[in-house]
Design a protein around this ligand. Sequence first.
Ligand SMILES: [Zn+2]
Length: 83
Amino acid sequence: MFGLGMPELLVILLIALVVFGAARLPQIGSSLGSAIREFKKSVESPGREVPPAPPEEIVCGQCRRPLQKDWITCPHCGTKREA
Ligand SMILES: [Zn+2]
C-alpha cells in the first residue's frame, strides 16, 4: 500500500535503526504499546463514562419556551404548566 514495496520498507526500517539506534527500537515499540494500552484503558474506564443525557427539555405549552423542571407556571407568558 502507499506504493511502498518491501525494499522501501526495509530502507525505512534501516533509517529508523540509524536514527534511534538498534537498542532503542524495542523500547520505542514497548512505550508505544503502553501508550496505546493507556489510551484504551482511559476510553474503557468506567470512571470516565459520559454523563447521563440531560432530562428531556420541558417547554411551555403556550409559548414553547424552555421551562425549569420545578416551575409550575411559565414566567414568560404565565401559563400553568401541563402535567
Ligand atoms: Zn409560556
